[in-house]
Design a protein around this ligand. Structure first.
Ligand code: ADP
Ligand code: MG
Length: 258
């Protein structure tokens, strides 16, 4: 059984004749440790799909299963627990809270976690060191660059060490060089075992994923069956380029890269 299974997911907005299917029957399977890219035109349903994968947006019909848990049969509270334990989410507009420092923003998801203040601070420091921002922990979002803001959003998403990371256009507003840094960071997290699903417009960013799912009008393009194995999709050999070291002095500690 695959780690993540989407079974004929449908999401309609509105009701009656005015109902529009933002996601119109999507099925796929993802294995643990994969790095999947989702591409498609604006309005094709990518964010809606990711929201359903994030246990945040119940499908109109279909099932979504992670690690044998049928997510939308869970009650609200259990689903919130699932989200907390299993998922990190980087939103399309990754808005940090402007009046909280970098480390305070990173600690936000820990508000509901049972741990001491000191432990939470250490978890946030660990996440910030993974994204190479420990030295800027006490700055405000407007005192760091756009790429650094995005890295804080990633730190916030990984602070719980979730097994699955969902990212909605994490480089949407960033220049090429900064985007590359973000992709290298995601690649390192993936190499450590994190399963990653990333929506992106950029072919270059998509190149970092092992597999690409293409969405058009709420459907997987070229997908005629209900359940389609990823083996049938475009599968890419991950780039084997050595990763630059400047951001990762603190970032990966003793772990060898590449
Ligand atoms: P993408 O992320 O690919 O740009 P979205 O998933 O955001 O696409 O949107 C898919 C379609 O669903 C669009 O036509 C959008 O207008 C519509 N849509 C998205 N969210 C809502 C909503 N909350 N209510 C109504 N329509 C929505
Ligand atoms: Mg979107």
């Amino acid at each position: 059984m695959s780690y993540i299974i989407a079974e004929n997911l449908v999401k309609k907005y509105g009701s009656g004749d005015a109902a529009v299917a933002a996601v119109a029957g999507i099925s796929f399977q993802i294995e643990e440790g994969e790095f999947i890219g989702i591409m498609g035109e604006s309005g094709s349903g990518k964010s809606t799909l990711l929201g359903m994968m994030g246990a945040m947006n119940a499908p109109t019909s279909g099932r979504f299963i992670v690690d044998d848990i049928d997510i939308y049969t869970l009650g609200q509270e259990q689903r919130a627990d699932f989200r907390r334990e299993f998922l990190g989410f980087i939103f399309q507009s990754f808005h940090l809270v402007p009046y909280l420092t970098v480390i305070e923003n990173t600690m936000l998801p820990l508000a509901v976690v049972k741990a001491s203040k000191k432990q939470k601070r250490e978890m946030a420091q660990e996440a910030l060191s993974q994204v190479g921002l420990l030295d800027k922990a006490h700055r405000l979002p407007n005192q760091i660059s756009g790429g650094e803001n995005e890295r804080v959003a990633i730190a916030r998403a990984i602070v719980n060490e979730p097994p699955v990371l969902l990212a909605d256009e994490p480089t949407g507003n960033l220049d090429t060089k900064t985007s590359r840094g973000i992709m290298e960071l995601l690649t390192r997290l993936n190499q450590k075992g994190m399963t990653i699903v990333m929506v992106t417009h950029s072919p270059e960013c998509a190149g970092y994923a092992q597999c690409i799912m293409r969405v058009s009008d709420g459907k997987l393009v070229g997908d005629n069956s209900n359940v389609r194995s990823l083996d049938q999709w475009q599968r890419k050999e991950r780039k084997k380029e050595p990763l630059p070291s400047q951001n990762q002095a603190v970032a990966v500690g003793s772990r060898p890269t590449g």
